[in-house]
Design a protein around this ligand. Sequence first.
Ligand SMILES: [Ca+2]
Ligand SMILES: [Ca+2]
Ligand SMILES: [Ca+2]
Ligand SMILES: [Ca+2]
Length: 480
Amino acid sequence: MRRNLLALLVALGTAAAAVTAAPAQADPVGTLACPSIPANRDPAVTLVVYRVARAHNANDKVLLSAFEAGWVESHMNNLPCGDKSSLGVFQQRWDYGWGTPEQIMDPVYASTQYVTRAIVCDRNNPGYSAGQVAQCVQRSGFPDRYDQVAATARAQLNEAARTHAIAGGSATDVTGDGRDDVVGFTQNALADVYVATSTGSAFAGTSVKWNDFFSVGGETASTGDVNGDGRDDIVTFAHSNTGDVYVALSTGTAFGGGMKWHDWFAPGAEIGAVGDVDGDGRDDLVAFTHNAAGDVYVALSTGTGFGPGLKWHEYFSPFGEFPALGDVDGDGRDDLVTFTQGPATASDVIVALSNGSSFGAAQKWHDLFAVGAEQPRVGDINGDGRDDIVTFTCNADADVYAATSTGTGFAGTTVKWNDYFCLAGEFPYLADANGDGRDDIVVFTKGSTNDIHVSLSTGTGFLGATKWHDFFGLNGETTL
Ligand SMILES: [Ca+2]
Ligand SMILES: [Ca+2]
Ligand SMILES: [Ca+2]
Ligand SMILES: [Ca+2]
């Protein structure tokens, strides 16, 4: 998928040609005035800025400052032009020590330059506002502009955080006993991975570390049985401009050392997911470009690595939608599912079935599910072998709706399976916690309590919640 780098270079060349067509003498690289600046953010740029800041463990103020600076300088676009020699999302100048024009036009590089300087500035000036931190890095002639856009920057920061948190997988049986366990990735400077194993009625073990360096901040931490031994392993997508994918195999009592299983998959702002799309018992990689192109790539597991990234669908789950994987027709191969997440009039669920070597045409399987900011999930809640859909409102209503797969559609509209589960700020997930073949609902409360609650599936509803763990998953950690 080096197409992204190529596309960037082509775009740069095109823009340069378009702008330099007018003057008789071509400007040197990186001294092109912008004819105009896009009115809105490029969601791919905002997600990269977010991921890079998380990778450096930037605090909230530094994160906000990056979004303020990016909005003021470029409306969060990777501009191949600017004032004097300014370029890129932060309008950095190659003739003032920010890097080469090519480096500055790499949003990962540009964000790294911004964030590392902002962290130092914040550390040296703890009383600064986010906008003052931005000014400290940018040294603008208009120092007040950054704080003035705080509301816009906050909204885009929240949007990027939500996109980054898309969790399209589900299986977490790391011991291979048929009961799903819970896995927590700290994703801070320590990058620890904790596990609490299911006893069938609780998650056992507090602060039991299964790996002590895996999945740093800004990466997508996931799980799946990539070598097909019946135990779910951990997988992390580095994204960035490396596109690395690391795996750590489960031994049943720990995860082994991290191994690179792919060196270019789901880079930059793409969304990574793990599932068995060819039905050979080994979980594979899926990448959604999640942009206007909407391409979907697959890299099949060989048991010891992932093969080349191949395009399996031309247009599925563009930006704004919530992509996921699940075997919705029960043929043993994971299919594509996307929740369009619009208003009630436009919150569809679209499926593209796997045939083992590609995904078929997109078909609407439901037309009112997971409205707006709800949290959708995919799993087999009634135990018939076909994956179903569940959505959590995670607000004051705390409702949980479900629709079950018939093999050709999802049946049930506004059918509530539980009426009090998952509040704002909590993270819901599906897991077969008691090993009866039906996926249950799990919520990580985080916040001040750090509890895990489970509601078991009866096949037609979820029972009342019970606490299965009282200290697992802090704010900012990924818990699955
Ligand atoms: Ca395994
Ligand atoms: Ca497979
Ligand atoms: Ca299938
Ligand atoms: Ca089912």
